[in-house]
Design a protein around this ligand. Structure first.
Ligand SMILES: Nc1ncnc2c1ncn2[C@@H]1O[C@H](COP(=O)(O)OP(=O)(O)OP(=O)(O)O)[C@@H](O)[C@H]1O
Ligand SMILES: [Mg+2]
Length: 447
């Protein structure tokens, strides 16, 4: 008899919730002599906050698996999904395709009792300055993303411009931003430039160098007065795809991508912390449980958030720091309490900041070959596994989606196959020749 496996769920939640508040990930591989077959269904708990790490070498299925979780989250029953929200930082521009059904794999899906499906719960956010261009080119764009200029401090600007705060340009930036912040008014990049022009303490060449950098930043089309509210990004029962792939061809591309990710993550943590306090107050008054996903009358102040980041080693590398390092590491350490889950995907776990490894309570590892990456994984698992990861990995069938799933809760490891995507998987199209929505339509899909 086969039974269902739930990872990330403790015994008391298992008794209380049964299989509610879980999502279907795939099926367990069972070895009988020389043959391997797919057996029990594997579900992932989404009722509690988790840190999940998805690793594997190039083309092993990481982005695909990330997409499977996002798909499942938007298919949860409404009473649960209304208290959850997914935010994907999409640096490669590959997740907008979730709006289209995966007709390409119809036969494969049938073997899993699944059908191609499109999802209507996806919002694709594009930096405001690129929105029109995307629309004109026929690339999918739903909402305009922007960040309040005043949310960046001098250090953020110095970081993204790669200047030292002790350099003349850095000193000028620090003075100007300090002055603007003191005024307590909202300001734009143009206001910063005007203040630089007015500065009496800096040489002309220093002012010009600073102005040039801010002019370049204004071309990124993301910083403005006002800016997108976190509450608009985090929508009940919806998936927000923040497509920042437009910066791929801009000088300092990763600096911009990490800065944007860092700033949004920082704001998200602050907002969720405030919301959590209000929710706790309500819990104390009403006596209901923590993270009560099924509250009927009183919804959570703000939905719990699942933050997904592909290519995570570019955001939180082991060596050095990016514009997102501080915010993401704080989220890894403190995010669960206010209800922020993280799903990080990376082809190089050996290059990831230590916190990404040590904080993860669920690890999905597709095929890995580099020794240092296997060592990094072994380090997490050694605590409770006598046999090493390599053995599990080498015995995995060479199938797309094959992986080992490590559950810190049950201290167990499951060889498995992640289910195929019901929506179109965009990871295969090279970003430079991004498929337009019209082209997908031309492939004969009904949308
Ligand atoms: N569970 C699965 N079922 C069926 N096919 C899969 C599955 N997982 C991955 N694939 C196939 O494998 C291909 C590679 O997957 P994916 O793009 O997710 O790799 P990746 O690990 O993200 O690679 P990269 O490191 O280059 O980003 C996909 O195009 C998809 O067709
Ligand atoms: Mg990928």
């Amino acid at each position: 008899m086969t039974y269902n496996i739930i990872v990330g769920r403790n015994d008391s939640d298992r008794k209380k919730l049964g299989e509610r508040g879980t999502v279907f990930l795939g099926r367990h591989y069972v070895r009988m002599g020389q043959s391997v077959s797919l057996s029990s269904n594997i579900f992932l708990d989404v009722a509690r906050p988790h840190v999940m790490l998805i690793v594997g070498k190039r083309g092993s299925g990481k982005s695909h698996s990330l997409g499977v979780i996002a798909e499942e989250m938007s298919k949860l029953p409404e009473d649960i999904s209304q208290n959850l929200s997914v935010v994907i930082f999409d640096t490669m521009g590959i997740f907008w395709t979730m709006k289209y059904p995966n007709n390409r794999d119809e036969n494969l899906l049938r073997t899993w009792n699944l059908k191609p499906e499109k999802l209507d719960t996806i919002d694709v956010w594009i930096p405001e300055g690129y929105f029109k261009e995307y629309k004109e080119k026929g690339v999918l764009a739903d909402k305009k993303l922007s960040i309040k200029t005043s949310e960046l401090d001098a250090g953020d600007w110095a970081g993204v411009f790669s200047v030292d705060l002790m350099d003349p340009v850095g000193i000028l930036i620090e003075n100007v931003i300090g002055g603007l912040k003191e005024s307590k008014k909202d300001y734009s990049i143009l206001d910063i430039i005007n203040e630089i022009k007015k500065s009496k303490t800096s040489e002309k060449n220093v002012k010009d160098a600073s102005i040039n950098r801010f002019l370049a930043a204004s071309n990124w089309g993301i910083f403005k007065k006002g800016g997108t509210e976190i509450r608009d990004l985090v929508q009940r029962g919806r998936v927000s795809v923040l497509d920042i792939s437009c910066y791929t061809h801009v000088a300092g591309s990763w600096g911009i991508k990490t800065l944007v990710t860092g700033l949004i993550s920082k704001k998200l943590l602050l907002d969720r912390m405030i919301a959590r306090k209000l929710e706790e107050l309500e819990t104390i008054e009403s006596g209901s449980g923590l993270f009560d996903l099924e509250k009927e009358e009183t919804k959570e102040e703000m939905p719990l958030v699942w933050l997904m980041i592909d290519e995570a080693h570019s955001f939180i590398p082991k060596e050095g720091k990016t514009g997102a390092s501080d915010a993401l590491i704080q989220l890894l350490r403190e995010g669960r309490q206010p209800g922020i889950s993280m799903v990080l995907a990376s082809q190089q776990p050996g290059e990831l900041a230590k916190d990404a490894i040590t904080q993860a309570d669920i690890v999905l590892s597709h095929r890995l070959t580099a020794k240092k990456d296997i060592v990094a994984l072994n380090n997490i698992m050694q605590t409770y596994l006598s046999s090493d990861v390599q053995k599990y990995l080498t015995t995995l069938p060479r199938m797309a989606g094959a992986a080992i799933l490590l559950d810190d809760n049950s201290e167990r490891i499951y060889p498995m196959n992640v289910r195929p995507r019901v929506t179109w998987h965009g990871g295969e199209a090279p970003t430079a020749v991004k498929l337009k929505s019209q082209e997908i339509l031309d492939l004969g899909f009904e949308v």
